[in-house]
Design a protein around this ligand. Structure first.
Ligand SMILES: CC(C)(COP(=O)(O)OP(=O)(O)OC[C@H]1O[C@@H](n2cnc3c(N)ncnc32)[C@H](O)[C@@H]1OP(=O)(O)O)[C@@H](O)C(=O)NCCC(=O)NCCS
Length: 145
C-alpha cells in the first residue's frame, strides 16, 4: 500500500514508500515469504514509479538484474519497499529497488537495475522527454483514451 507523502527529505536516498503485511497466502512451503509474491509487489511498485516519472501509463518491464534474497520474512512481518530512478534514457527508465524487513530490520534484497520502457499506443518505444526525478504529481497521465 502506497504512502502519499510527497516530500523527499534526502534526495540521494531511497524512500520506502510502500509497506506490506506478510499474509498466509504469501508464504512458501518453508513457511517464509514466497519470492514470487515479493517480485510481483516489486514489479508493481516499479510500474507505479515509472508511470509517475515518465508520465505514461504504458510503461512496461524490460529488464531486471540479478536478485539475491539475503534474508526473508515470516507470516505477520511488515516489509517496506523503496524504488529510485538511477537513469533516464531516451525511452527507458532505470531504477534501483530495495526491500527490508521492518521487524527484523534486515535487508531482504536489493535490485540494482529494473528497466521500464515507455511505449506508444502501438507498443513501440516512445521518447519520454524527461531527464530527472519528479517528487510531485506533475506527470500523472490523467488522460486515457
Ligand atoms: C519493450 C519492448 C517494446 C522494447 O523493444 P526493443 O526492441 O528492445 O526496443 P529498443 O531496442 O528501442 O529499446 C528500448 C529501450 O530499452 C532499452 N533496453 C533494451 N533492451 C534492454 C536490456 N536488455 N536491458 C536494459 N535496457 C534495455 C534500450 O536501451 C532502450 O532504452 P533508451 O531508449 O532509453 O536508450 C519489447 O522488448 C517488448 O515488448 N518487451 C516485452 C515487454 C513486456 O511485455 N513486459 C512485461 C513483462 S512480460
Amino acid at each position: 500500500m502506497t504512502d502519499d507523502t510527497e516530500t523527499d527529505a534526502d534526495a540521494d536516498e531511497i524512500n520506502f514508500r510502500s509497506r506490506r503485511w506478510v499474509r498466509p497466502e504469501d508464504l512458501n512451503a518453508n513457511g517464509t515469504l514466497f519470492g514470487g509474491s515479493l517480485l510481483r509487489w516489486i514489479d508493481e511498485e516499479a510500474a507505479i514509479y515509472a508511470i509517475l516519472q515518465l508520465g505514461n501509463h504504458r510503461a512496461v518491464t524490460k529488464y531486471v538484474s540479478e536478485i539475491n534474497f539475503v534474508s526473508s520474512a515470516k507470516q505477520g512481518d511488515l516489509i517496506e519497499m523503496g524504488i529510485r530512478a538511477t537513469k533516464f534514457g531516451r525511452t527507458s527508465l532505470t531504477m534501483r529497488a530495495q526491500v527490508r524487513n521492518m521487524i527484523t530490520r534486515r535487508s531482504i534484497l536489493t535490485i540494482e537495475k529494473i528497466v521500464f520502457v515507455s511505449l506508444d499506443e502501438h507498443g513501440v518505444p516512445v521518447p519520454h522527454g524527461y531527464s530527472d526525478i519528479t517528487y510531485g504529481r506533475d506527470r500523472i497521465p490523467f488522460e486515457r483514451e
